[in-house]
Design a protein around this ligand. Structure first.
Ligand SMILES: NC(=O)N[C@@H](CC(=O)O)C(=O)O
Ligand SMILES: [Zn+2]
Ligand SMILES: [Zn+2]
Length: 347
């Protein structure tokens, strides 16, 4: 196969940041995706509908004039999220869900939830109004090994949560383990999961073997090969609970290449190409469209996109760095050769 045409895909988990840096990267997503779920972990976090709508306005203003890209906004859940904010969000079509960051779990999560019971009233309102809860699924206890934090979260927080709130719709964001895959599979239609391209392509050796590679450091951290295989199997299986979410999370180059580097991989520039490589390696290119263009829209009850995105088999070299406000960002596979290249979307 020398080209593949997909219904326009969506990115169900994206960090666009803000300000001058956002203006440099937002179009990378808009070239490939029709919509994206925009994460609210700015500083300060996006905790209100009013702040989310302002942020949305800045995103649209940062895009090229003719861009056809719909940002689907999320609100950052805190210990203090009032029920009224959930109600306001439920009445605002531009808002797609709330994001749960366990406090301290990841980049800009300091304002997150310090104990899940503190958010019960807000979560109960999410359940009542059918607003999805998007979850960064890792415990933060210092004594839990970082490679076990997702599995522990599922057993100690997520499983009890879905049992307590039996109608709550949940997305396990950036699932990285077989425990996560099994949890999602066992839970029926109200639980979905996004899968990143980097977790499909790499295991933890890519981070640690033969030298420490900070551009492969993200949270949840890359896991061992058997987990990567479970993710590939889930993504390529046609199971509608699993859908594309890049978790593209740019940080300035010096903050990645540091004695204490930030978590996050900048994958948006080569997003659909990376997924195509992962699916092709699994002999499943024909399953890419469902994962990238159908399952997420179906889960969220949104129409599938019109238009298409075509990928051609063509070797090209990914740039070493890209503009990122006053700094540079290193894209995934910088300096390496990719076998697929996306052309512009058709509308
Ligand atoms: N994935 C990451 O490693 N980082 C994300 C936060 C997140 O999605 O957890 C970021 O905002 O940088
Ligand atoms: Zn996260
Ligand atoms: Zn993220």
């Amino acid at each position: 196969m020398d080209s593949i045409t997909l219904a326009t895909p969506d990115d169900w988990h994206l960090h666009l940041r803000d300000g001058a840096a956002m203006a440099d990267i937002a179009d990378h997503s808009a070239r490939q995706f029709g919509r994206a779920v925009i994460m609210p972990n700015l500083k300060p976090p996006v905790t209100t509908v009013a702040a989310a709508l302002e942020y949305r306005g800045r995103i649209l203003a940062a895009l090229p004039e003719n861009a056809q890209f719909e940002p689907l906004m999320t609100l950052y859940l805190t210990d203090a999220t009032p029920v009224e904010e959930v109600e306001r969000a439920a009445d605002t079509p531009e808002i797609i869900g709330f994001k749960l960051y366990p406090a301290g779990a990841t980049t800009h999560s300091e304002a997150g939830v310090t104990g899940i019971e503190k958010a019960y009233r807000a979560i109960e309102a999410l359940e009542r109004h059918g607003v999805p809860l998007l979850v960064h699924g890792e415990v933060t206890d210092a004594e839990v090994d970082i490679f076990d934090r997702e599995a522990r979260f599922i057993e100690s927080v997520l499983e009890p949560l879905v049992q307590r709130f039996t109608e709550l719709r949940v997305v396990l964001e950036h699932v990285t383990t077989k425990e996560g895959v099994e949890f999602v599979r066992s839970r029926g239609p109200r639980v979905g999961a996004t899968i990143t391209a980097h977790h499909l392509l790499y295991n933890r050796n890519a981070l640690l073997a033969g030298g420490i590679r900070p551009h492969h450091y993200c949270l949840p951290v890359l896991k061992r090969e058997s987990h990567r295989q479970a993710l590939v199997a889930a993504a390529t299986s046609g199971d509608a609970h699993f859908f594309l979410g890049t978790d593209s999370a740019p940080h300035p180059k010096p903050q990645k290449e540091s004695a204490c580097g930030c978590a996050g991989c900048y994958t948006a520039y080569t997003a659909i190409e990376l997924y195509a490589v992962a699916f092709e390696r699994a002999g499943a290119l024909h399953m890419l469209e469902r994962f990238a263009s159908h399952h997420g829209a179906d889960f969220y009850g949104r129409p599938r996109n019109g238009g298409t995105l075509t990928l051609h088999r063509a070797k090209w070299r990914v740039p070493e760095t890209l503009a990122f406000g006053p700094e540079r960002v290193v894209p995934a596979m910088a300096g390496e050769t990719l076998d697929w290249r996306a052309s512009r979307r058709t509308l």
